[in-house]
Write a protein that binds this ligand. Sequence first.
Ligand code: MLT
Length: 263
Amino acid sequence: MFCDANGIRLAYGDQGTGLPLVFLHAFPMNRSMWAPQVAALSKQFRTITIDLRGHGESDAPLWNFSLDQYADDVCALLDYLALPQAVLVGLSMGGYVSFAFSRKYGSRLKALVLADTRAQADSQEGRTGRFNLAQTAYRTGSNAVAEAMLPKLLGPISLKNKPELIESVRSTIHQTSVSGILVDLMAMAARPDSVAHLRTITCPTLVIVGQEDHTTPLADARLMAAEIPGARLAVIPAAGHLSNLEQPDAFNDLLRSFAEEVR
Ligand code: MLT
């Protein structure tokens, strides 16, 4: 499905009824990464998945957007669907967008799930890494980006034992346009630090992290859970950065109990 949001065509999926759970994907993925969650949870909840601008079937204009713009798009979709509030489930870059959303539209948050993400801004070294990846994307396309990202996205256990998952993540990244990748990299490099914002989050919050996540590791998750009032932390064993895909049953169980609690 599509909606017009802030001058672009935004693609989204909408299945089930009840408490709306809005899923925000990682870089450089798209909404298809939430398939295991939609399959398991749409029987009980309304699951809404968004292709953030530059991804999947959404438009991918090459422009200097910030993550605030992505948050504005999420808000435009909530308005379009006439949803006063929703539970945001943001993984990694989706978590960064959730912080931007929380700053601008905090009253629209029923609850928040921050998975495999971090509140800190990029370090100088991190920004240099993004610049180098942007060069790779521009020179050689999304295939090279997929090879660079796979070891950061999947944990060692999945990289060893889950060839089908590796292939599926690779193929999702291949579908991402270079303009989408470049805009994400610039927007993530420019994002503000959200550590001071954590204390101001007032909605129920669940922090999830894969035990083998080396991209946004346990220490980052602990910081978010410690600073957000009342937040809980859950660690998923045998999962890396894409914990929802690496251990979907564990991820779904956590999400289901949390959503049942807050509904
Ligand atoms: C992601 O999974 O969204 C990215 O790895 C986040 C990042 O590069 O900071």
